[in-house]
Design a protein around this ligand. Sequence first.
Ligand code: SDX
Length: 431
Amino acid sequence: MCFSNIVNFDINGCNYKLPVVYGTYCYEKAINISQLRENTGFITFDPGFKNTGITKSSISFIDGEKGELLYRGYPIEQIINKCSFIETSYLLLNGELPNTGQLKSFSKRIEEFNSISKEIYKIFDKIPAFYHPMGILSSLTCILTAFTDSSTIQEEKDIYFHLLAKLPILAALTYRKKVGLPIHYVDVEKTTNNNNNLDYNYTYNLLKMFFSVPKKSYQINPVIPDALEKLLILHADHEQNCSTTTVRLLSSVHANLLSSVSAGISALWGRLHGGANQAVIEMLENILNSGGNIKKWIEKAKDKKDPFRLMGFGHRIYKNFDPRAKIVKKVAENVIQKLGISDPILELAKELEEIVLKEPYFMEKKLYPNIDFYSGIIYQAMGIPKDMFTVMFALGRLPGWMAHWKEMRLNREPIGRPRQIYIGYKKRNIH
Ligand code: SDX
């Protein structure tokens, strides 16, 4: 049952009417306040935009109460079993899944851009090894602007292939510098994805750029590329999360895609956002190394005076299980089992989740595990260092950021410039 199309409200005895905006699902409804200040002199006040829709988008949809996530209408549970990350990227950018021919040319276009200027390697050499990988990725993504002249990018849509090809190279350079491996040039290998379509095999080549060692043929347990493919897909888009909204804001002022994505990477770095996957593992290691007393840490998380939060739990939108967390947990268990490693951190994570989900404090506040709770366990098992977990998140989120940047431009939305409630000094003079 949809709501009416108008809301009535009174301010100081005057009656006002504002239109109601509906989404695809009519329980997603909004009061359109674009004329509010003009008509009433009031603005709204909503720190953190908890109740504010900043745009209309058709890219992804989250039903937080049901714990559902759709990419262009397809449930994430279907995407994860039927699509590759490159097919998912095509879907997010173009609105439909690619047919075989479209997938082949999409993959081919990415291959065309999978090298970087030697100037970048020179810049890279100057970056101190102690610089956080997310800072390196954000900086180098912005520097790519200098190497993306019109001769490189014949058409605007090439910029998407350019970034899809180059971000993994920048991530791999960062990893190899960090662990002291020689910088390895990507060489493309074609295999078939899970739909038996020949595609660039993006994920296999990403891992090869990270881990291959000169003069040794590259072998990898197939459970790893399969797990990474799933993680990239699960991270690909998520409505107006902080980093995606950041990218949209930059798009609204016509910043170019590379600098917009660079800003998105910086936003994702925040420990309450994408940086949480690193913080979760550090938290679990802390709990383990301090004796494994889970109850003590749960009490700390509940204590308002204690700044400690249970990293990997809670979400602005999901007030039920994060559907991605359920999938990541299964992938983590499969990877650990197939690699034959016993991981005390995974065991602790499962024990912690079980205890928390029975804890009234967390149940009342509807705090469930989010995507960051188990993902670090998989990255760690792959040999990815902790401070690169969020880099892996960024590699997955890239198609979503690009799709939102593109949607913003196509919809010609106004510059994102919110108002404020001023609480500073009244006008005064310098004496
Ligand atoms: C991501 O937006 C997205 O979609 C993000 C993301 C994506 O794909 O882009 O899903 C990825 O960023 C996932 C979230 C990763 N971050 C963490 O795991 C960090 C720990 N979680 C919290 O910091 C928190 O839950 C947030 C940041 C995720 C959500 O914060 P909100 O929506 O602003 O909620 P809040 O801080 O207002 O908390 C509501 C209440 C508070 O208690 P009260 O003041 O009401 O008494 O719940 C409590 C909070 O103290 N609370 C927690 C908690 N999370 C919330 N208490 C203990 N531990 C926690 N983790």
